[in-house]
Design a protein around this ligand. Structure first.
Ligand code: ADP
Length: 172
């Protein structure tokens, strides 16, 4: 059998330790994973697609078998075009489940040959989301330990209040 082609899609606005943990566990199952950053010109994001790709590249530089790409449009179209076998997604508490379930079923309806594989989050990252990180960081709160160190640099560049407290953030 050919090598399984796996993508881990998401907004990653910004990339968090929750995302990183799913990626690392995915790499225990799959030899190689492409993180694909959703480029959505109609949706407002804090970081540009390029910035998100750069922070992911920097945060995963020490991992083998990771590629960082981006896509625009319908995910299953991209998956079919790239001959992807598996879409990897992470699951947190109940809220994610309804949304992810619907998405996975819709994707399967369109592309039955592409399987969605879910990995459950860890206690540590259960309540970590890109949106809560953004909210706390914008107010200068301590997001140390919730995102990879390079992502703190990206956040400090956007939020002066956080930059002022840079030296007092919790270590990674
Ligand atoms: P999207 O906009 O596609 O949901 P996200 O960047 O929010 O993009 O999330 C990408 C994937 O990572 C989703 O499957 C999401 O459930 C998962 N994810 C996000 N945060 C965590 C976390 N703390 N633990 C585990 N999985 C997570």
């Amino acid at each position: 059998m050919e090598e399984t082609k796996v993508i881990y899609p998401g907004s990653f606005d910004p990339f968090t330790n929750g995302h990183l943990a799913i990626l690392k566990r995915g790499l225990e199952i799959f030899k190689s994973i492409s993180i694909v950053v959703a480029h959505n010109s109609g949706k407002k994001s804090l970081f540009t697609t390029k910035e998100r790709m750069r922070m992911i590249n920097d945060s995963t530089a020490d991992l083998q078998g990771v590629q960082v790409k981006c896509f625009e449009g319908l995910l299953v179209d991209y998956a079919l075009e790239q001959q992807v076998n598996v879409i990897l997604r992470g699951l947190r508490a109940g809220d994610d489940f309804g949304y992810e379930f619907q998405l996975a079923l819709m994707n399967r309806r369109i592309a039955p040959q592409v399987q969605t594989v879910f990995l459950m989050t860890d206690y540590n990252w259960l309540y970590v989301s890109s949106s809560s990180v953004k909210e706390v960081a914008s107010l200068g709160g301590d997001i140390g330990g919730l995102v990879p160190p390079v992502v703190i640099d990206f956040l400090c560049a956007k939020f002066p209040k956080l930059a002022q407290r840079r030296n007092h953030l919790r270590p990674a």
